[in-house]
Write a protein of this length. Structure first.
Length: 67
């Protein structure tokens, strides 16, 4: 992070430095929210489809990938 503070990545290094405890916890903890995030993404996709905001491309791509 010290090397990055004088480069183009200074903003990223400063942000990581401000929240270093959260970054360390994310790297060291054995659990993940990926299954929860997957369910949320699935539900949002279904809602968009029901409300007609997904357009023609989403159902078309879904059909093409399952065939």
């Amino acid at each position: 992070m010290e090397d990055a503070s004088s480069s183009e990545l200074a903003s990223l290094a400063n942000g990581i430095g401000r929240d270093i405890a959260a970054v360390r916890a994310a790297i060291t903890q054995p659990w993940s929210n990926s299954s929860v995030e997957g369910q949320i993404n699935r539900l949002k996709t279904i809602k968009r489809h029901m409300y007609g905001r997904s357009g023609y491309a989403l159902p078309r791509n879904g059909l093409l990938t399952t065939v």
